[in-house]
Ligand binder design. Structure first.
Ligand SMILES: C[S@@+](CC[C@H](N)C(=O)[O-])C[C@H]1O[C@@H](n2cnc3c(N)ncnc32)[C@H](O)[C@@H]1O
Length: 291
């Protein structure tokens, strides 16, 4: 591996919080003990790898796949089993996109770079910014100084569903507060990786307002990660025509959320898009736009 590849791998490891993964398991353990009214054993906290190897392995595997790991089965103080959902205070990494979807981003960028596919990079739905930090890091590693990374988000979480297609999928800030991350926090995350500069531009607001008038020319990578039908369709309607021939369309939630999948399928059918959809992992897909 050369230095560029090593840097990009280190960036992925950091974005996934893998160097400090055990600390997440330590917190799970402490919350689990608190919920079941038992004392925290400081030896377990210190030596978590040896004392709770299954927990560490479970979290490690979940991080590879970008899967849920924060649900904990415990017995409460009266001995009854219950599941704790610790997501809203235990999700710490800078991206919820797992390793395989991060690898997909850099695989696409390798092709964009080696085949000179023109255009900027965008993610619609950035959360803490992790996937876009990776994009900016990639440009930096390969000294690709003529492209911009666009970071589009409300920076206040998902909208309350307004379309029938999204009925039952209310992930807005009152329901899942951890999905609401401010612009300042995302900018601070870029800064911590020394990647906040004028090659990163932020589009703050609802996609239906920001994307149609964004001053974007061409795109080499369009990454859609807004979960909903509305958010996915707004991204496709505003930006698909800007993707260069040879560029990539990546959809994070195709497998996980039917509304997102329906938006993609409808859009592809309406516009006669026949390029094959390729699977990345259990939820992510992408296709390469040929013309
Ligand atoms: C699942 S998170 C994105 C995860 C992120 N790509 C990562 O690397 O971890 C979804 C994000 O999309 C944003 N979002 C969803 N629909 C939106 C819309 N219609 N307008 C603006 N932001 C939206 C939310 O605020 C949230 O930050």
């Amino acid at each position: 591996m050369n230095a560029q590849h090593r840097y990009i791998e280190l960036l992925k490891n950091s974005l996934l919080n893998e160097p400090y993964l055990e600390n997440e398991v330590r917190l799970l353990y402490i919350f689990g003990m608190m919920a079941s009214g038992r004392p925290v054993d400081t030896d377990v906290v210190r030596d978590i790898n040896r004392r709770l190897p299954d927990w560490v392995e479970t979290v490690r595997l979940a991080r590879q796949e970008g899967r849920i790991w924060w649900n904990l089965n415990v017995n409460d103080a009266t001995g009854n089993p219950k599941t704790l959902n610790l997501r809203n205070f235990c999700e710490f990494s800078h991206t919820m996109v797992g390793r395989k979807r991060l690898d997909n981003i850099t695989n696409c960028l390798d092709i964009v770079r080696t085949e000179n596919v023109p255009g900027d990079l965008i993610e619609t739905g950035a959360w803490r910014g992790g996937a876009t930090i990776l994009m900016r890091g990639y440009l930096s590693a390969w000294e690709m100084n003529d492209r911009t990374v666009w970071v589009a988000d409300s920076f206040e979480g998902l909208p309350v569903p307004s379309l029938p297609q999204d009925k039952g999928y209310d992930f807005s800030a009152t329901k899942i507060p951890i999905l609401s991350i401010s612009l300042e926090e995302v900018q601070e995350n870029f800064r911590r990786y020394s990647l906040l500069d004028d090659q990163v531009r932020f589009l703050k607001g609802w996609f239906c307002d920001t994307l149609p008038k964004a001053p974007i020319g061409q795109l080499a990578v369009l990454r859609l990660d807004g979960d909903l039908y509305e958010s996915t369709m707004d991204g496709l309607n505003a930006l698909y025509s800007k993707v260069s021939p040879g560029g990539f369309v990546i959809v994070d939630d195709y497998g996980d959320f039917a509304p997102c999948r329906n938006a993609v399928n409808e859009f592809r059918q309406l516009h006669g898009i026949n390029e094959p959809i390729e699977k990345i992992d259990w939820t992510g897909v992408f296709w390469r736009k040929l013309s």
